[in-house]
Design a protein around this ligand. Structure first.
Ligand code: HEC
Ligand code: HEC
Ligand code: HEC
Ligand code: HEC
Ligand code: HEC
Ligand code: HEC
Ligand code: HEC
Ligand code: HEC
Ligand code: HEC
Length: 330
């Protein structure tokens, strides 16, 4: 059985290697079997076409007037090469040489785009390479490891997020992130639709406050070594260290909180008192020292909200009369 499978695998990879010479079959191979060189070959484009520059590309037809206007206003359109004084990025930097596309067309016609690079048909890794040939380590450090990122390995490419011709802006803005990201992350959308949530759908916060969309060495691309480091960037009052720590429980805020959203108050994973009862036994008034329950109205609240009394579960520097480190209000 095992040798049969091995044979089938060998045969399959033979076919793949034999078929690597044209675009169509490369697309159908698995990226694992293709090398970066294969993708680089794809990007060379039509060998019979020449680079002719934006002006020659665009003067013959006006179909792309809006795109070229936006492009001129964009950061890409702004880049001038220090050595030559010529534009560093032009239409052909991404679309490949254009002479054949505009040969023999009249102003009423659209260009012959079939002779340009079929960008949208490329495998994701080749699409990314178009951008990475310029966006190497120096300009955007976290793109260095793009190829090992969870997005790259799941065939998400740069232009799944960067809609370069939607307007002059080339970056995915903070106000657009929520909509762009949930297009693929529907579970995250459901989480943010819950009663208690971080105000990301309201655009007061963005996914990139907590995640790096390109890659990071932390789990789930977080912008902090541990979850606590991410949270205390904004919620500094809980950073500690405190004289009375809640053991090491608060080292991971997600023990008690859902980072995106939750049906419970305060983004709690589990509502009170069950949140606390996961780790503690409850107790009743006879357990408490005299005076702790002087306010009898508290008796009703007893098992609904432990934090009515233990209000400093995040840690505190202040001892209380009822016992040090019980996280009670003074
Ligand atoms: C930085 C890279 C880059 C540059 C520079 C660039 N484009 Fe594009 N262009 C793309 C990408 C990526 C797509 C989308 C590919 C896809 O998914 O089909 C695209 C798509 C297009 C399309 C298809 C229609 C559309 O709106 O999606 C046209 C037409 C186009 N570009 C024209 C131009 C022109 C004209 C210029 C120069 C003024 C230009 N492009 C410069 C990357 C670029
Ligand atoms: C020919 C070189 C070149 C290519 C190809 C290229 N870029 Fe750029 N890009 C630049 C330069 C230069 C800048 C400006 C300096 C910088 O921010 O690094 C820039 C800036 C950007 C910015 C920052 C915009 C901002 O507002 O800060 C984004 C986003 C971007 N490029 C995305 C892309 C994507 C996506 C692709 C592939 C479709 C791509 N680029 C292809 C050269 C290039
Ligand atoms: C999952 C969506 C996503 C993908 C895929 C993606 N980007 Fe980005 N990119 C973003 C977002 C969001 C920002 C804005 C980051 C911010 O504001 O902090 C950004 C910012 C940038 C910038 C501006 C510099 C910076 O870090 O702020 C560049 C350049 C860039 N991206 C290039 C690329 C290239 C090249 C690729 C593909 C190799 C790529 N991006 C893939 C979402 C993405
Ligand atoms: C307040 C910080 C924060 C914001 C804002 C945030 N996240 Fe997260 N996200 C986290 C943390 C923390 C985790 C890890 C949870 C864990 O490991 O227990 C996570 C996990 C994830 C995961 C993997 C697990 C899952 O739930 O599927 C995805 C995907 C994700 N986030 C996408 C997004 C997107 C998309 C946005 C914006 C719409 C976003 N996040 C906004 C903090 C945040
Ligand atoms: C074109 C689809 C697509 C878009 C757009 C997209 N993602 Fe993803 N993302 C994926 C896929 C596929 C995965 C890997 C499978 C998974 O874990 O859901 C992933 C994984 C992730 C993870 C890691 C989850 C883990 O378990 O480690 C995070 C975090 C994440 N995406 C955040 C974002 C953010 C933030 C944005 C917007 C800036 C975004 N994504 C846009 C498709 C997308
Ligand atoms: C970029 C800043 C930022 C980061 C990072 C951040 N938060 Fe928040 N957090 C906010 C804002 C803003 C609010 C909403 C405050 C409001 O609505 O008045 C909030 C609200 C909350 C609330 C109360 C929710 C409610 O229903 O009232 C909790 C709990 C919370 N955050 C926990 C966390 C945790 C846990 C993390 C880490 C995973 C985290 N936050 C990361 C900014 C942040
Ligand atoms: C042992 C469970 C637990 C852990 C761990 C925990 N919290 Fe909380 N958190 C709660 C409870 C319960 C509430 C609601 C009652 C209250 O406000 O005391 C709350 C409320 C909050 C609030 C909203 C109320 C306010 O003060 O604005 C924020 C913000 C918050 N927590 C942040 C964090 C951060 C950041 C961490 C990690 C450093 C963390 N929490 C860890 C249980 C926890
Ligand atoms: C993930 C488990 C966990 C959760 C959830 C948790 N705790 Fe704790 N808690 C501990 C640990 C561990 C200690 C320290 C060990 C000890 O002294 O029992 C502790 C200590 C305490 C103490 C001090 C005990 C003492 O002997 O001085 C109080 C009071 C307390 N927790 C209340 C709460 C409340 C209220 C909640 C809910 C908001 C909660 N805890 C949620 C694990 C947890
Ligand atoms: C009405 C106020 C009140 C409520 C509500 C309350 N507690 Fe307490 N709790 C106290 C007081 C007061 C003490 C200190 C008793 C003492 O030291 O004599 C205490 C002590 C504790 C201790 C420390 C026990 C020890 O060994 O020293 C834990 C753990 C605890 N409570 C957990 C909880 C949990 C879990 C809940 C919710 C199910 C809860 N408490 C609800 C008032 C309250």
């Amino acid at each position: 059985m095992r040798s049969l499978r091995l044979l089938a695998l060998l045969a399959a990879s033979g076919i793949l290697i034999a078929a690597c010479s044209d675009v169509g079959s490369l697309r159908s191979t698995k990226p694992l079997l293709s090398t970066v060189q294969d993708f680089e070959l794809l990007l060379v484009g039509n060998l019979e076409a020449d680079y002719i520059g934006d002006e020659n590309c665009l003067k013959k037809c006006h179909t792309h007037d809006r795109i070229s206007r936006d492009f001129k206003l964009s950061i890409h359109g702004d880049q001038i090469s220090a050595e030559t004084g010529l534009p560093l990025v032009n239409c052909e930097s991404c679309h490949g040489p254009g002479s054949l596309a505009v040969a023999n067309i009249s102003p009423e016609q659209a260009c012959n785009s079939k002779s340009l690079l079929p960008l949208h048909e490329f495998p994701a890794a080749a699409q990314a390479l178009i951008c990475l040939k310029c966006h190497s380590a120096a300009s955007t450090p976290n793109l260095t490891n793009w190829n090992s990122s969870i997005h790259a390995t799941n065939e998400v490419s740069c232009f799944s997020c960067h809609k370069l011709h939607a307007g002059p802006q080339q970056k995915l803005g903070r106000n657009e992130q929520y909509e762009a990201c949930i297009e693929c992350h529907s579970r995250v959308e459901m989480e943010f639709a819950q009663f208690s949530h971080h105000p990301v759908p309201e655009h007061k916060m963005a996914c990139t406050d907590c995640h790096d969309p390109h890659n990071s060495s932390n789990s789930t691309n977080l912008r902090g070594i541990q979850i606590k480091a991410v949270c205390t960037k904004c919620h500094m009052e809980y950073q500690g260290p405190f004289v009375y720590e809640h053991a090491d429980v608060t080292e991971d805020c997600s023990v008690c909180h859902s980072p995106h959203g939750s049906p419970n108050d305060n983004l709690l994973e589990v509502g009170e008192p069950f949140l606390c009862l996961q780790c503690h036994a409850g107790h009743n008034s006879s357990f408490m020292s005299a005076g702790a329950l002087h306010d009898t109205s508290r008796k009703q609240a007893f098992y609904s909200r432990c934090t009515d009394c233990h209000s400093t579960v995040h840690g505190t520097d202040t001892p209380t009369v009822y016992g040090e480190g019980s996280f009670l209000a003074r």
